[in-house]
Design a protein around this ligand. Structure first.
Ligand SMILES: [Zn+2]
Length: 550
C-alpha cells in the first residue's frame, strides 16, 4: 500500500515538473501506440508537436520529461498512424455525384427509373443529371436502353452517368439537343476513342462510351461554386472521419484548380491535395507559368492522361478481342501522338505524367513511352493509374522503366463477378495483380478511385490483404496469390503515397521534422478475415485538430 502511494506521488511530481520546465511545445499526445511507419517500423508511445511539425517521437517518460505543452492528449493506448492518403480519388466528381440523382446501388433498371421519378417530383429540375448506375449488378449484365426514359421524360434533357464515369445513358431529348450523333460521326477523335451502343435492331440505345460522350459533356450545366464548395466540405469531413488527410485528385480542370485555391484562401479546405491536371490548354499554360506549384496544402506538379476507358463499359484497350464481345478490343482515348506531346510537356515543366491505363495493350504502350524519361531521369516517379490488366510478359517493364503502379484494391473485389467474362480465364493471371506489381517496382500508391468506390480506407485494407469485399466474398479470396500484407497496404496509403507525390520529406511517416498530420483510430487497425468498420478518433493536419468524435 505504502509503495503504491509512493509511486503515484512520484508520477505526480514527474508530471508537474514536466509542466513547469522543459522545452515548450504546442501539443503532446502520449500513452499511445504510435506506428511511425519509419523504415524499421518503430512503435513509440508519445509525440511532441510544435508549429504543425513533429518535434520528437519517443518513449512516454522521455517525451513527458523533456517537454511542457499547452495541451496534453492521453490516447489511452489508441493506435496512431500517419494520416492516410487516398492516392487516387475524385473529390470533384464525388461533389457532382452528391449534387445529382444518386443511382449508386440500384439493383435494376426499374429501380433506377423509380429513383429518377421520385427525385424529379421533389426537385422539378429542368435538366436531370444522375450518377452511379452499374449494369453489371443487374440481370444479364446488359446495358440499358433509353426507351422508358423517353416515356417518362419526353420534354427535358436527362443524362445518367455509369458508376465509372466512362459511359452515360441519355434520353432522346438530350441526344437531339446535343447533336451528338452527327458530331461524333464527323470527328475521328471522338469516334475512334469511344462508341455508341445499338440494340439488335440497330436502334441507338442512348448509351455512349468514353469520347463519344464529349458533345453531351460540352452542354452539361455545372453546379454553382457555392453548391460545389458545400459538397467538397462535406466530402472533407467524411474523409477526416476515416483518418484520410490527403487525396491525389486524379484529373482537375482549370476552373476546379481555381475553386480549390479559393477554398484554401478561405481556410476551409485543409485536406492535403495533390492535384493532377487534365492536359487542357489552360492547364498546360498553368504548368508552363508556375512550374511546380505549391499553395499551402495544394501541390500541383503532374498531369493526368486518360489512356483508355474502363473494363466494365468495354472501353479498356486490350491486346486481343474481348471474350464477351468478339468484334471489339476497346481503344485508346488519347492518341499515342498526343500522349507523346504531353510527355514532352511534362519533361519541360518538371511535371509527373500519370496515365490511366486499364487494358493490357494500353499498359504496354505507356510502359514503352515511359522508358524515354527513365533514360534521363531514373527517379521520375511517373505513374500508371490502375495498371489493371497486364500481360505477364510486360510486368518486368515496371522495374525496367521505373514506373510507379497506382492501384485501387477495392476494384479487384468489385469486378470479381464479371472480369473473367470480359477477359477469359487466361488473361486473369496478370489482372488486379498488386503483389506482382509491388515485387517489380517495390512500392504501390494505393487509393480508392472514389466515387467509383467508397472512400473507406478499411475496405481498401480488407480488399488488399484478404482479397474479399465488404461481405467477405469470396471466402477464399479473389486471386489470393495477389494479396499484399497489412503493412504494405498501409505504406501504400502513407509512405509510398507520399513518395508517389514527391512529398516524402513532409508526409508519410511520423518522424522528426515532418508535418504533424496524424490520426488516432478508434479501434486497432487490422486485417481480420471479416470486414470490421473502423473510424478516426481524432484527425490532425499540420498539428491542427480537424476532426474529433467528441
Ligand atoms: Zn479515377
Amino acid at each position: 500500500m505504502k509503495f503504491r502511494y509512493l509511486s503515484i506521488l512520484t508520477t505526480t511530481i514527474l508530471l508537474c515538473s514536466a509542466c513547469m520546465k522543459g522545452e515548450s511545445v504546442d501539443l503532446i499526445i502520449h500513452n499511445a501506440k504510435i506506428y511511425t511507419m519509419d523504415d524499421a517500423n518503430t512503435i513509440e508511445d508519445a509525440i511532441a508537436i510544435r508549429d504543425g511539425k513533429i518535434i520528437e517521437v519517443g518513449p512516454e517518460r522521455e517525451i513527458l520529461n523533456r517537454y511542457r505543452a499547452d495541451e496534453f492528449i492521453d490516447a489511452q493506448l489508441k493506435e496512431v498512424y500517419p494520416g492516410f492518403t487516398d492516392a487516387h480519388g475524385h473529390i470533384m466528381s464525388y461533389a457532382r455525384q452528391m449534387l445529382s440523382v444518386n443511382l449508386v446501388g440500384s439493383r435494376s433498371y426499374n429501380e433506377l427509373l423509380v429513383r429518377l421519378e421520385k427525385y424529379q417530383s421533389r426537385n422539378q429540375q429542368d435538366f436531370i443529371i444522375g450518377r452511379g448506375w452499374d449494369q453489371s449488378r443487374w440481370k444479364n449484365d446488359e446495358m440499358p436502353t433509353n426507351e422508358k426514359l423517353n416515356e417518362l421524360f419526353p420534354n427535358i434533357p436527362v443524362c445518367l452517368f455509369r458508376i465509372d464515369g466512362h459511359a452515360l445513358l441519355a434520353n432522346d431529348y438530350l441526344i437531339k439537343k446535343s447533336d451528338v450523333l452527327n458530331k461524333v460521326a464527323n470527328d475521328s477523335e471522338l469516334s475512334s476513342g469511344g462508341y455508341f451502343i445499338y440494340d439488335s435492331l440497330e436502334n441507338f440505345t442512348g448509351i455512349m462510351v468514353d469520347n463519344a460522350m464529349n458533345p453531351i459533356l460540352d452542354i452539361l450545366p455545372d453546379f454553382t461554386n457555392k453548391e460545389l464548395s458545400d459538397a467538397i466540405i462535406e466530402i472533407q469531413e467524411e474523409l477526416y472521419a476515416y483518418g484520410v488527410t490527403g487525396v491525389h485528385e486524379a484529373g482537375l480542370k482549370y476552373k476546379e484548380v481555381k475553386l480549390f485555391q479559393q477554398l484554401i484562401e478561405e481556410d476551409v479546405l485543409n485536406l492535403n491535395i495533390y492535384g493532377m491536371l487534365l492536359p487542357t490548354k489552360k492547364n498546360i499554360e498553368f504548368a508552363h507559368k508556375h512550374g511546380v506549384y505549391q499553395n499551402n496544402n495544394l501541390l500541383i506538379r503532374s498531369f493526368k492522361v486518360y489512356g483508355d476507358g474502363a473494363l466494365g463499359s468495354r472501353g479498356a484497350f486490350l491486346k486481343a478481342k474481348y471474350s464477351d464481345k468478339h468484334d471489339h478490343q476497346g481503344y485508346l482515348t488519347t492518341s499515342v501522338k498526343r500522349m507523346k506531346e504531353i510527355a514532352e510537356i511534362c519533361n519541360e515543366t518538371g511535371y509527373q505524367m500519370n496515365t490511366h491505363a486499364i487494358g493490357d495493350s494500353t499498359n504496354r504502350i505507356i510502359l514503352e513511352l515511359y522508358q524515354n524519361i527513365y533514360k534521363t531521369t531514373p527517379d521520375h516517379r511517373w505513374r500508371i493509374e490502375h495498371a489493371q490488366i497486364i500481360d505477364p510478359a510486360d510486368f518486368a517493364l515496371f522495374a525496367k522503366a521505373g514506373v510507379f503502379p497506382s492501384v485501387q484494391p477495392t476494384h479487384a473485389v468489385s469486378d470479381q463477378h464479371w472480369a473473367e467474362s470480359r477477359l477469359g480465364r487466361n488473361r486473369m493471371e496478370g489482372s488486379y495483380a498488386y503483389n506482382s506489381l509491388l515485387s517489380q517496382f517495390g512500392m504501390l500508391a494505393i487509393g480508392t478511385d472514389f466515387p467509383v468506390e467508397l472512400t473507406d480506407p478499411f475496405l481498401t485494407i480488407h480488399a488488399a490483404v484478404n482479397r474479399t469485399n465488404s461481405e467477405n466474398i469470396p471466402a477464399s479470396g479473389f486471386q489470393p496469390e495477389e494479396a499484399i500484407t497489412l503493412n504494405q497496404c498501409i505504406r501504400g496509403m502513407t509512405t509510398w503515397a507520399a513518395y508517389a507525390s514527391f512529398q516524402e520529406n513532409e508526409l508519410g511517416t511520423i518522424e522528426v521534422g515532418k508535418d504533424a498530420t496524424i490520426v488516432l483510430f478508434e479501434s486497432p487497425v487490422n486485417a481480420s478475415k471479416t470486414y470490421n468498420p473502423n473510424f478516426a478518433y481524432m484527425t490532425f493536419i499540420n498539428g491542427k485538430k480537424v476532426y474529433s468524435v467528441e
